[in-house]
Design a protein around this ligand. Structure first.
Ligand code: E4P
Length: 228
């Protein structure tokens, strides 16, 4: 499993990138609004994220357009920011059509707001490079988001979509809307290719009380060695 950071916060991205295990970043309009982002700075901000993570890390930037042609126009402009930009497109009819058009132009798309197997299969057929099933938002309505991820991973794995995607690359499933380290564990066991996690969850993923206790004991015992 690869790890993406789900944020538009440059400090969080810099910090996570310095840990050496970051493979990409996903943003969305809410995350950009959360950091006080302004419309006229949006493209520059995505450019700054791309610079921090480097050319090998995909950075998803979302189109807020609602029609095929507007999404395609948005997507072309976003893709021009940096070679590692991935255009995030909502899973809807206009979004599917735009995804096909962008994929045909060699622009990778992350189909977002995906909640079902049929949506995921359509996204893959339309040429999506990434598909993002949301876990937490299902849980918010007392449903089982992880079960949907498991179903989607299995359904996508039943078929070969390489001919549909940009440069014939393998479509990858991004477990999104992650709220806990356990979501990451379960999504990994289900075979999701990527987990995109908020910085708070990433920090919790590193921690374990037995690691803290063990480290504490090692340090105390090493003091004895130093004083012997
Ligand atoms: C995915 O790419 C989305 O940005 C994100 O995971 C949504 O998460 P949320 O449901 O916590 O807002």
């Amino acid at each position: 499993m690869k790890f993406f950071l789900d944020t538009a916060d440059l400090n969080e991205i810099e910090e996570a990138a310095s840990w050496g295990a970051l493979a990409g970043v996903t943003t969305n309009p809410s995350l950009y609004a959360k950091i006080g982002g302004k419309l006229d700075d949006f493209h520059a901000h995505i450019g700054r994220i791309c610079e921090i993570v480097g050319p090998d890390c995909p950075v998803s930037a979302e189109s807020v357009a609602m029609t095929r042609d507007e999404i395609v126009k948005d997507g072309i402009e976003l893709a021009a920011i940096a070679p590692n930009v991935v255009v995030k497109v909502p899973t809807m009819v206009e979004g599917l059509a735009a995804t096909r058009a962008l994929a045909d132009k060699g622009i990778p798309v992350n189909m977002t707001l995906c909640f079902s197997v049929p949506q995921a299969l359509l996204a893959a057929r339309a040429g999506a490079r990434y598909i993002s099933p949301f876990i937490g938002r299902f849980d918010d309505i007392a449903d089982d988001g992880l079960q949907q991820v498991e179903n989607i991973v299995r359904a996508i794995g039943n078929y070969d979509f390489t001919a549909n995607t940009v440069n014939g690359e393998q479509v990858e499933i991004i477990a999104a809307s992650i709220r806990s380290a356990n979501h990451v564990t379960q999504a990994a066991l289900m075979g999701a290719d990527i987990a995109t996690v908020p910085f708070g969850v990433l920090k919790k993923m590193v921690q374990h009380p037995l690691t803290d206790r063990g480290l504490d004991a090692f340090m105390k015992d090493w003091e004895k060695v130093l004083n012997a």
